[in-house]
Design a protein around this ligand. Structure first.
Ligand SMILES: Cc1cc2nc3c(=O)[nH]c(=O)nc-3n(C[C@H](O)[C@H](O)[C@H](O)COP(=O)(O)OP(=O)(O)OC[C@H]3O[C@@H](n4cnc5c(N)ncnc54)[C@H](O)[C@@H]3O)c2cc1C
Ligand code: SF4
Ligand code: SF4
Length: 413
């Protein structure tokens, strides 16, 4: 890739990140103004309604279909690129949006994550200025890397029209600081994100899935309740969720940040490109006019169709909450007998929540996980970290603020 490393800067020589208790190393703490974390961090005192109002023109409206779960929605569709982009995580809508913006000269650069040349699972921030080079950033990597540390270098290099592709905790900090940074134009393309962990720990997980973990080139948690693995040999393997060796993972496999993350669907992006609600295809949430103009860029090669939905989420979410409470209390997970697992594994794709209902299920599970883990580990952070809409998502399951003190006063009414 012509643009790596950016500006002759070795991406591994970012300045040291000061230690912080809840931090996914989005890059702000490594800039010349690390105190900006206080204004920028989703783990300190986020203001989702205020930022939604500035970026999308209004905060999410719980009375509008699905906005409580997914944030401000201008429209949602099921979509796929035809033909799919080689090497993409799904069909490559995310990276192709960046490529088209560069081709059309609508941006000077795209800030995103490339694979580390030594370890393709490790993300490395890059500024891409040539459309062809977006092919090299396709695919999902597990781990954290200081994407936003390249914002100021981008501006200093004259890239005042920028597109950023990021996961929710990166996009939150970007949006919180956007007005101070002075871009002429900013497009934000977000992906959903959940259950991230360090690249090192992810390699331990791969080692539990295969005798040849170094040959695994692709992994995805599919909405048909199976994990798909692809290997450098060309082999493809799927494993039902219930057969995954989750119980063999150490307690700290998922960091507290990702167990208490309140923005699964990247609500501050102009467009969110995921798969959860897509029933086997991609799932797009266009959030504002800029997101609509982004999607226009792919109009000649994208197939779109209405989203589907099916099943009921409540029992799945209740079961998840019971297990999360046991695990957070240090108790072993309630495991079903081995002989039942194949049967349930067969039944889940048939009777479990599907399409949009699957996405709602996952969002409610994450909301409950946030409340349970914060209450156990950092109860004093709850009133600042948990937005009002997250309380509304978990309220049907009997989870509520212990006292008014748990709820952020400015969100109370
Ligand atoms: C850790 C993680 C967890 C995710 N969990 C979910 C989920 O639960 N549900 C869901 O619907 N979608 C999830 N996604 C998004 C999903 O994996 C796809 O990236 C998304 O659907 C886009 O597919 P695509 O083919 O359009 O992407 P591509 O065109 O292949 O482009 C992928 C883009 O993602 C960027 N990227 C890759 N890894 C990272 C990373 N670690 N940090 C930041 N940016 C990265 C790449 O640089 C590239 O720009 C997750 C992504 C990540 C990184
Ligand atoms: S803003 Fe970013 S770097 Fe700063 S504490 Fe939060 S996640 Fe860490
Ligand atoms: S789960 Fe949340 S906190 Fe963790 S990496 Fe993803 S967006 Fe960031």
């Amino acid at each position: 890739m012509r643009n790596t490393p950016p500006f002759g800067q070795d991406p591994f020589r970012f300045s040291e990140a000061p230690p912080r208790s809840l931090c996914t190393d989005c890059g702000i703490s490594r800039t010349d103004d690390p105190k900006a974390c206080g204004r920028a961090c989703q783990f300190i005192q986020p203001d989702y309604p205020g930022l939604e109002a500035r970026i999308h023109g209004r905060p999410r409206d719980p009375a509008k279909a699905d906005e409580l779960h997914f944030g401000v929605i201008q429209r949602m569709v099921r979509a796929r690129l035809d033909p799919p982009a080689k090497g993409a995580q799904w069909t490559g809508i995310t990276s192709s949006l960046g490529a088209r913006l560069l081709e059309a000269n609508l941006v000077d650069a795209v800030l995103t994550m490339a694979p580390d040349p030594e370890d393709s699972w490790r993300p490395v921030p890059v500024l891409v200025t040539q459309a062809d080079d977006m092919a090299g950033v396709r695919g999902m990597r597990m781990g954290f890397a200081p994407l936003l540390a390249l914002l100021k270098p981008a501006l200093q290099a004259g890239h005042k029209r920028l597109a950023v592709i990021g996961i929710p905790c990166q996009v939150y900090a970007l949006r919180a600081l956007e007005t101070e940074l002075g871009f002429d134009r900013l497009y934000v393309i977000g992906t959903p994100c959940s259950d991230n962990t360090t690249t090192e720990k992810f390699h331990d997980f791969l080692a539990l899935l295969s005798d040849a973990p170094d040959t695994i080139t692709y992994l995805e948690f599919r909405p048909d309740y199976r994990v798909e693995l692809r290997f450098s040999t060309g082999q493809v393997k799927t494993i039902p969720f219930l057969q995954l060796p989750i119980s063999q993972l150490p307690q700290d496999f998922f960091p507290l940040t990702c167990r208490t993350c309140v923005d699964y669907t990247n609500s501050l992006a102009d467009i969110t490109v995921g798969y959860m609600g897509g029933s086997g295809e991609q799932w797009l949430i266009v959030r504002n006019e800029r997101g609509e103009r982004l999607l226009d860029q792919l109009s000649d090669r994208i197939d779109m169709s209405p989203l589907q939905t099916g099943g009921k989420r409540q029992n799945s979410v209740k079961g998840f909450i019971a297990n999360t409470e046991r695990a957070a209390g240090g108790l072993p997970l309630r495991r079903m007998p081995d002989w039942v697992r194949p049967l349930i594994g067969w039944l889940m794709p048939r009777i479990g929540p599907k399409g949009l209902e699957f996405a709602r299920t996952r969002v409610e599970m994450k909301a409950a996980e946030t409340v349970i883990h914060l209450r156990r580990t950092l109860p004093r952070r709850m009133k600042h970290m948990i937005p009002r809409h997250v309380w509304a998502l978990v309220q049907p399951y009997g989870l509520a603020p212990d006292a008014e003190a748990d709820r952020e006063p400015s969100q109370a009414d």
